[in-house]
Each structure stands twice: as structure tokens, then as C-alpha cells.
Design a protein around this ligand. Sequence first.
Ligand SMILES: [Zn+2]
Length: 343
Amino acid sequence: MKSIDKAVELSEQTTRNVFKRNLTRFAAVVLAALAGLVAGPNAALDAAPQHHDQVPGFYRLKVGDLEVTALFDGPGVFDVNWINGEKTRDGVLKAKHDDPHLMDVSDTGYLVNTGKQLILVDTGSGIWFGGGKFGHLVANLRSAGYTPEQVDVVLVTHLHSDHIGGLTTQDGKIVFPNADIYVAKADSDFWLSLEITAKAPTDAQPFFQSAQAIAGPYIKAGKWHTFSDSDQIVDRMQIVPLRGHTPGHTGYEFSSQGRKILFWGDVTHVQRLQLLDPKITVVFDVDPTAASATRDQLLRKLATEDVLIAGPHMLFPGLGRLHKESGTYRWAPVAFTDYWDEK
Ligand SMILES: [Zn+2]
């Protein structure tokens, strides 16, 4: 009898224990569900992995019947030490402390499809500038539906390597085999001159050497052409001399159906500084006084005109318009649209 009682007692104990365990599990499930309600409906799912790739680096719009595609070469940060003037540098350093992205820049080239010709304005850095951060222009040109072989004409604003580096590989191969390259005679004469190179300060030497290495294969192939300001190179394009940054620094203004786009090269390097104070110059300006005067004059003009601006160092895609606002300039970037007809 005793053993039966014991067995019953044990069985009841087991039942109680099982009930207790189930109750604990039930409570755990209820608690988890409540926690889910508090944290959001998907809290019970695994966290989504982050993605580190980006949309292709091109942006397309239409100017009249011209198709313009901005081609991203890479992102950069302008060094405070590249600003001229100790006082200005100190001021910029202080401002940068509160605003770490003050000096952010891009490097961009622009492709114009006129319907007859494919014209590239500036080519990015390739491997010649930027310590590996730049050099994505050709990949982005392909993403935009073109090949380097299709480019007919390359117009370069000046012969600094962040604008012409994309022309030539490190081992001296031509990147755009069917293109004719055009540059202002004053720039070509300056950067490709061995006499001027020999007299240039040591820290300026790399600019001369890279220009000569990049231009060399095209000169050899008979594809390097220089122009004077009154020449007509391609239809519906006006040469706009913008001297100062370099001796032959040139903008290119295309017109179509009453609309205009100006590729302005290095009229600005750091948009948030130089639109605020156009007098700020950089160590890369061959003639800082002339560069500043050119900028001042051009910004005044553009602020009163409806001209689309393409600026290689404005933040990508570097396309926008200028407005004057309480004595200073405001950049109005184009708004992203997937309907790419520029109105
Ligand atoms: Zn530049």
C-alpha cells in the first residue's frame, strides 16, 4: 500500500513538475511576444545584413537635345594646407573643427552625346592623383552604357592630373583610342615645356611630369591638338577662357534649343569656401590673383543667367545653378529625377 501511495505521490509530483515547466515555457513565449510588440513586428527575425555597394556613379540629364552624363571619378577631402594665406588657413581650420565635412570634394568628368559625337570633358584622375581613391571614371562610363572606344573627342579644361589622368594608364597606354584630345595652346605650351619644367619649384615638378607622361602617347599618335580661344572645335560649343588657375584654363559652354551648360573646370575647388568668399585661392593656382578675378567675374555673371553649371569638384554630380543671396552665392544643385529631361 505504502509503495502505491509513494508511486501516486511521485506521479503527482511529476505532473506538477511538467505543468510547472510548461507554465514557465508558456510565460517565456508570452514575454517574447510582448517584447516583440514593444520592439516592433520584425524583432523576432534575423537582422538584415548591411550592403556596402552603391548605385553606379553616373547621373544623366538633358540640355536641349544634348545628353549630358556626369561620370564620378572619386571622392576626396581638400587639404587645409592647400589654401593660400595663413590667416585664411587658420580660419578654415577653426570652421572645420565645427564642420568636419567643410572641405569635402568630388572628382567628376562629363560626357556629352550630341547625337553626332561623343565628347568627354575632363577625364578624372586615373592612377595619377588621389592615392587610389580616384580612377573610377571609365568603370562609370561603361555603367552609363558607353565604351572608351566610342569617345570621339576629349576636351580638357587644363592639364592637372585630376582632369587628364584618366587619359593614360600607368604603363603609358591610351585609354580612349579613337579620341582626339583638345587643350588650350597656352596650357599645353606651359605644362609640356621642358624649359619651364626645369625652372619650376620642386613641389610643382610632379604636375609637369604627370602632364608630360599622360600627354605623351597621344602626341605620339597625332591625337593631341591645341586651340586658341577663337577656334571652333565642335558644333554648338563655345570656348570660354577662364585664365588664372592655369595659363590656359578653359571652360566649355554647350548650347542647344535655348539651353546652356558650362563645364567650368576648376573655377572652384572647395565650393563651400569659395562661393562664400571667391577671393580664397589655392596653392595649385599658377596665378592666384588672376584665378580669383576670373572666379569673381564669372560667378557674378552666372548668378544672373539661367546656365546649368558642371563643376568637376562640386559634390557629385556637380550639376547645378548659381544664385546670389545676401551678398554671397548659393549653389542650387539639380534635383534627382529618373525622368532625365532637364527643364
Ligand atoms: Zn582640379
